[in-house]
Design a protein around this ligand. Structure first.
Ligand SMILES: NC(=O)c1ccc[n+]([C@@H]2O[C@H](COP(=O)([O-])OP(=O)(O)OC[C@H]3O[C@@H](n4cnc5c(N)ncnc54)[C@H](OP(=O)(O)O)[C@@H]3O)[C@@H](O)[C@H]2O)c1
Length: 309
């Protein structure tokens, strides 16, 4: 991968943060993967294959699934979308997953979240075979992550680390504050940062003096799911700010606008924080792009394990 050289962590470009462009970094990953897949296929191997399971008709999920399927097409992964009605039963979905687990031609299975409220998310995710769990959310794979053993790691945390590496942001020895402790983002990103020798503080909704803790951070990862919660008073000048949040704004002035074009903001007040941060991820165009790229990386990881069997 071609990694651009950036300024040191605490330098700012013209008094304004350098943008960590997730689209650019993701494209570099995608390009590398396309070449890798082409080599396998040219040597007579089957194509990698991913199945995405979508339950219901959540508009945001429709957009995410469409992006994932399009990216698969772009790089040569066979993809299949399995749709279930929003009232589908747990038994119906589990039966479908068991069938996919047994299918030797499928490398990766991804259940798009969130699931409708009547379905037990944990039980459904845990029923995916760990070797096909390309979202990296099975307890087995989360266990490998915290044991420091290579495996399928959750896509968003893995994407955050890849984005920091792409821009040569130093992690070793740095103070990193993570806001959020979910199994999807907060805990695994903290685990990965720890593996990179960062000193990590994990904050959550019960944390006291949150803004003061955040001001200590060389790298601030915000995954609270609270729209534009982090302002300039939370950020140390020159810090690297990684905004994981995604919030689709309702725009009453533009009622005819399609939902896929709705304005999207993050957990960070971008315009306020950008002038003082050293680096900042935009929303959209930051972490989200890396998440999809890491899904592709995980699918190829699973594929390589399967074709080696
Ligand atoms: N860019 C991407 O690809 C991507 C991928 C996944 C998620 N996301 C977005 O990232 C955000 C977080 O996702 P998630 O699944 O981790 O959310 P989540 O499961 O709702 O977890 C949110 C975490 O933030 C903490 N929190 C909430 N309000 C807080 C506050 N006021 N102060 C401090 N901590 C607070 C919660 O603390 P408690 O544990 O104490 O409740 C919880 O640990 C969402 O906006 C989501 O849409 C983006």
């Amino acid at each position: 991968m071609n990694i651009p050289v950036t300024n040191a962590l605490h330098e700012t470009a013209n008094g304004s943060a350098k943008i960590l462009d997730g689209a650019l970094a993701a494209q570099a990953v995608i390009h590398e993967l396309s070449e890798k897949i082409a080599k396998y296929v040219n040597s007579g191997k089957r194509k990698p294959a991913l199945t995405v399971v979508l339950v219901g008709d959540n508009p945001a999920s429709e957009v995410y699934v469409k992006n994932k399927i399009l990216t698969c097409k772009e790089i040569g992964i066979e993809s299949q979308l399995r749709r279930y009605d929003k009232n589908a039963s747990k038994e119906e979905i589990l039966a479908g997953l068991h069938e996919l687990n047994r299918d030797a031609t499928i490398d990766g299975i991804l259940v798009q979240l969130p699931l409708p409220a009547h379905l037990p998310t944990g039980e459904i995710l845990d029923s995916i075979a760990p070797d096909k769990d390309v979202d990296g959310l099975h307890p087995y794979n989360l266990g490998l992550l915290f044991a420091g053993v290579p495996g399928l790691q959750p896509c968003t945390p893995k994407g955050i680390i890849a984005l920091l590496h792409f821009y040569h942001i130093p992690i070793k020895g740095k103070n990193v504050v993570v806001i959020g402790r979910s199994n999807l983002v907060g805990k695994p990103v903290a685990g990965l940062l720890l593996q990179q020798d960062a000193t990590v503080t994990i904050c959550h909704s019960r944390t006291e003096n949150l803004s003061a803790i955040c001001r200590q951070a060389d790298i601030l990862v915000v995954a609270a799911g609270k729209q534009e919660m982090v302002g300039k008073d939370w950020v140390k000048p020159g810090a690297c700010v990684v905004d994981v949040g995604i919030h689709r704004l309702k725009d009453n002035s533009n009622e005819g606008q399609s939902k896929s074009k709705a304005k999207i903001v993050g957990d960070v007040l971008f315009d306020e924080v950008k002038p003082i941060a050293g680096y900042i991820t935009p929303v959209p165009g930051g972490v989200g792009k890396m998440t999809v790229a890491m899904l592709m990386v995980n699918t190829i990881f699973a594929y390589e394990q399967h074709i080696a069997m």
